[in-house]
Design a protein around this ligand. Sequence first.
Ligand code: SF4
Ligand code: SF4
Length: 211
Amino acid sequence: MIPIEEIYSDPRIKENLNACINCGVCTAICPASDYYDYEPRYVIKILLSKDENELEQLLSSDYIWYCGQCMSCKARCPRENAPGVAISALRYWSQKLGLFVKSKMGRNQIIIKQTIGQNIYDLGYCVHPSKVTREAHPEQGPVWEWIFNNREKAYSLVNVNIDREGPGPVRKISDKVMNEIHSILNGTGAVDFWDQIETSVNEYKNYHKNE
Ligand code: SF4
Ligand code: SF4
C-alpha cells in the first residue's frame, strides 16, 4: 500500500494534473524520449488514472529515472502541466517509500548521494576538481590526470584561486558559509534522506548478494 492521498497532496503533483489532452507535445520535445522508450505523457496518464497499482509500479521502475529534468515540457504543455516537475516529486516518493531500490536506475541514486551530495556537504560545491579522481572518472584522460596531480599550479596559470580565501570559482568556502550549508542540509532533513537512501541500497545489496 502506498500513501496515495499524501502523494496526490504533493503540490508538485497536484499542480500538474490538469486534464491532459494527449497531444504528445511533451513527448515530442523531450530529449530523453530520443534515448529511451520513454514518454512523459505516459507519466501524466498514470497519475491522472489514480490507479494505485500502476502508480506503485511506476515508482518501482526505471521509468521515472529516464527524465533529464530539463523542463522543456514545462513551457510547452497547452494544459500547463509540467511532467518534469511531477516526475521530480515521483522520484522523491520512490525514495521516501524505499521503492527506488527495485529499479537499477533508482539504486544509482546512491552514487549521486555519495558524490554530489557529499561534495556539497564537505566542500560547498556539487563538483570540485579535488573530487574528480582518475579512478572514478577514467574518461577524463591523461591530461586531466596531470591537472589533478598539479592542480595548484595548473589553476594558478589561469588565475583560479583554488581552495584559497578570496573571490573566484573553486575558492575555499568560508567556515561561516559551510556552517550555514550544514544547518540547511541537517535542518531540512536532507542528510537523513541521504542516509535513508544509503541504508536502503545497502540492505538491498546484502539481501541479493548471493544472486
Ligand atoms: S523535464 Fe524530463 S520529461 Fe520533461 S522534457 Fe525534460 S527530460 Fe523530458
Ligand atoms: S503536453 Fe500536456 S496535454 Fe499534451 S500530452 Fe503532454 S501533459 Fe498532456
